[in-house]
Design a protein around this ligand. Structure first.
Ligand code: ADP
Ligand code: MG
Length: 729
């Protein structure tokens, strides 16, 4: 037995048994949503008129009537206290990723020397958390640091431990958004308004259009003891070094494989908590890479789905620890194997039950289907650079463009059936006919296969693929707040639909028949959108060339991609749709650049530390033992014999010296590159310097460290290796 730390960790990890979890006796349908103040609880704890008003707010986006705030707060408090809740918090989504909360107790003095539990409407509706340390990109200077959190009554409050969690938006004193949720709600409102107007061409009774989002969350699990011996994982969420393991995902034996017992118990525990919180978890499976898994609920209204995703990411981390794991949400925790994404299945549907991105039964339904498909494509085409910016981050940039994930060029896959339909519409006959006295149009659109959803061939290389009754935006990072992508996508679609409606109305005003006007505009847009449609292999080199020719955004540098938010057409889009103004966009970009810098900076610092304090001393120790061996051989063998017998060790000694000196010299360069970058005033320029000079050095040095890993005595190596991190569970 060796005494090395790593071996202790590995042994400990190997011996771990699955944690026994007590399963509730009820069925999931019985405990679903019981920790949520949803309609069932509201009905029980609110007076009838208050309950009705709340339903109107939730179902019809009616404005919240402040006069019922006290009654709602009191009902919530009584409901929550049944669960032993003692505190409440406004829960919000600052621009740091993740969520934020500050707990306050229900207790108040009762005026008679004792305490009572109290929760008032004004505390529910609005608060002023002292959150001056959250990034605001300059929106709040510190002396005017007030930020307000305001309750979002459309996302129900819920219980975590002893705390009542109240979903809120976070805005500045002067009304600018300081979070993800405020602009998201505005984008959803914009798309509702625009899509409703267009849907009414087809179905006059439509009053509201809802955005649906079904996310699929990928993640890795690593044994906690191995994790704790990797400073890079602890500090940055990814491994900055580590030689590829002999076996990784090449056998395709992990994907959809049987789930290991320890992991299955974790998943069941997680699902139990998620279902109690009203998150409709449905699917779980092994993913492509070893120790990589996926979780997906049934789709929900977009704002709620995002709250649920943020919530599940935080509970995943907590529950993983209970089971002796660490849950890695980073997009690329391990080099050489697949990273993790978060597919966002997105669609629009009406309050009358029509799924706008699904084909229907009548020619009119199908004209509607084509309309929503084409205008979505137009949105994606017009703003392909911006959509890429919306999913870009320091961590996701390791995944995009690598040969396993969506390429760093946004295009849309439609599949053969839908491509054929669009081609057909482009050439369709728009002759007007009269049936039973009614003027109509001979649409000449063939009836679509009813189950298009099973018909669509899947193209895994496409970042924005049509999958039968929805689009799947696949480029989103696993640890990201999906709101960023959903703000950009929904605003772009709102703009495209608004524009579409204006053009159609213009033709109608000039005397064109409605259907004919629609078809005319669609035909123009189908031709216009062609460059964004791509059904081929998104990973191929030819596509990169082709995409450039088509004028798609091919930039791959993360800090430069953020510029797309400040393009004139992006600002125009966000402002005209009332989602964000130029000032807010500028402020957000400052935060994006700052976050990028900080993440690369932390990586560079911890990496330098590991190289100099962990790797070099061990490598030198091993090299010394070889030198010692060569020296001692001299006492026994003559020169000719030595030549033959020690040549291997001497070669290793030389090899080690070569790598060592490279590492030491380049870690120094890494420090210098940081120092140079840190002097740059502008966040954007500093981020570019970090991207161009600091980040590549880490990769360059890493190759040498990884070479040393396979030279040096395994017993001495100080950090758990890939074969341990990825296969022990
Ligand atoms: P895949 O086959 O791509 O792994 P699934 O069929 O399991 O995906 O569905 C993935 C997600 O898409 C789920 O959350 C599911 O509820 C959601 N989804 C299904 N239909 C729609 C739709 N029309 N709009 C939005 N999301 C949808
Ligand atoms: Mg999917």
């Amino acid at each position: 037995m060796t005494s090395s730390l790593r071996f202790k960790m590995v042994n400990e990890a190997c011996k771990k048994q699955p944690l026994r979890i007590k399963q509730p006796e009820e069925r999931p349908s019985e405990y679903f949503g019981r920790k949520v103040f949803g309609k069932v609880a509201m009905h029980k704890f609110l007076p009838e008129d208050v309950y009705k008003k709340m339903c109107d707010v939730i179902d019809n986006a009616a404005p919240f009537d402040l006069t019922i705030a006290d009654a709602v707060a009191d009902g919530m408090k009584r409901w929550a206290m049944q669960w032993g809740v003692t505190h409440y918090t406004h829960w919000f989504q600052p621009l740091t990723e993740g969520t934020a909360e500050k707990h306050d107790g229900f207790v108040e003095h009762d005026g008679k020397g004792g305490m009572i539990e109290k929760f008032e409407g004004k505390l529910l509706v609005q608060q002023e958390p002292d959150a001056s340390s959250f990034p605001s990109g300059g929106i709040r200077s510190t002396f005017e640091a007030r930020g307000y959190s305001a309750w979002d009554p459309t996302s129900p409050v819920f219980i975590m431990g002893d705390t009542l969690m109240i979903p809120t938006i976070f805005i500045s004193y002067t009304g600018e958004s300081l979070d993800y949720k405020a602009p998201l709600k505005k984008a959803l409102f914009a798309v509702d308004k625009a899509a409703t107007a267009v849907a009414q061409y087809f179905y006059p009774k439509v009053k509201k259009v809802k955005t649906n989002l079904g996310w699929e969350q990928e993640y890795f699990l690593v044994d906690e003891s191995l994790y704790s011996a990797r400073p890079d994982l602890i500090m940055t969420g990814r491994t900055l070094l580590g030689h590829e393991s002999a076996k990784n995902q090449q056998m395709d034996d992990h994907y959809f494989g049987s789930i290991p017992k320890r992991v299955e118990n974790f998943m069941r525990d997680l699902e139990l908590h998620a279902l109690e919180l009203g998150i409709p978890c449905k699917t779980r499976h092994n993913e492509v890479a070893p120790n990589q898994f996926e979780l997906a609920p049934i789709f929900e209204e977009c704002n709620l789905a995002i709250d649920h995703n943020m919530l599940i990411m935080s509970i995943m981390k907590k529950i993983a620890r209970k089971h002796g794991f660490r849950c890695l949400l980073h997009e690329k925790p391990f080099k050489g194997i697949n990273g993790s994404g978060k597919h966002n299945n997105w669609s629009l549907s009406t309050d009358t039950g029509v799924l706008l991105h699904a084909p229907g039964k009548t020619p009119l339904d199908n004209l509607r289907f084509v309309t929503f498909i084409v205008e979505t494509l137009k949105a994606v085409y017009d703003h392909n650079g911006l959509l890429k910016a919306s999913i870009m981050s320091a961590s996701n940039s390791h995944r995009l463009g690598a040969n396993e994930a969506p390429p760093a060029i946004i295009s849309s896959f439609l599949g053969k059936t839908v491509s054929d339909i669009l081609e057909h519409v482009e050439k369709a006959n728009d002759e007007i006919i009269t049936i039973k006295g009614k003027t109509s149009m001979k649409l000449d659109i063939p009836s679509f296969p009813e189950l298009l959803i099973d018909n669509t061939d899947r193209n895994r290389t496409s970042p924005f693929a049509f999958t039968g009754n929805r689009f799947e935006f696949r480029a989103i990072g696993s640890e990201a707040n999906s709101a960023s992508a959903m703000i950009a996508l929904n605003t772009a679609v709102a703009e495209a639909l608004t524009n579409f409606k204006a053009r159609v109305d213009n033709l109608i005003e000039k005397g064109e028949v409605k259907e004919k006007a629609i078809l005319k505009v669609l035909k123009e847009d189908i031709v216009y959108c062609k460059p964004i449609c791509f059904n081929g292999n998104g990973y191929s080199e030819e596509w990169k060339e082709e995409a450039k020719k088509r004028g798609l955004d091919c930039e791959s540098s993360c800090p430069i991609i953020f510029d797309r938010y400040l393009d004139e057409k992006s600002i125009k889009m966000f402002e005209s749709m009332n989602v964000m103004n130029k000032f807010e966009l500028q402020a957000r970009n400052e935060i994006k650049w700052e976050t990028y810098i900080k993440r690369v900076q932390i990586e560079a610092r911890i990496f330098g530390d590991i190289c100099i304090n962990h790797i070099i001393p061990i490598v030198t120790r091993y090299q010394t033992s070889l030198l010692d061996n060569v020296q001692k051989m001299k006492q026994i063998f003559n020169d000719a014999e030595l030549e033959e017998l020690s040549s291997n060790n001497i070669a290793i000694i030389r090899n080690i010296a070569k790598h060592e000196s490279f590492i030491i010299e380049h870690v120094r360069k890494l420090i210098d590159a940081r120092k140079v970058a840190n002097k740059i005033e502008s966040n954007r320029e500093r981020a570019i310097a970090y991207h161009d000079t600091v980040a590549p050095l880490i990769e360059e040095i890493r190759t040498h460290v990884d070479k040393l890993e396979i030279i040096v005595d395994d017993e001495l190596w100080p950090l758990p290796k890939y074969r341990e991190l990825l296969f022990i569970i």
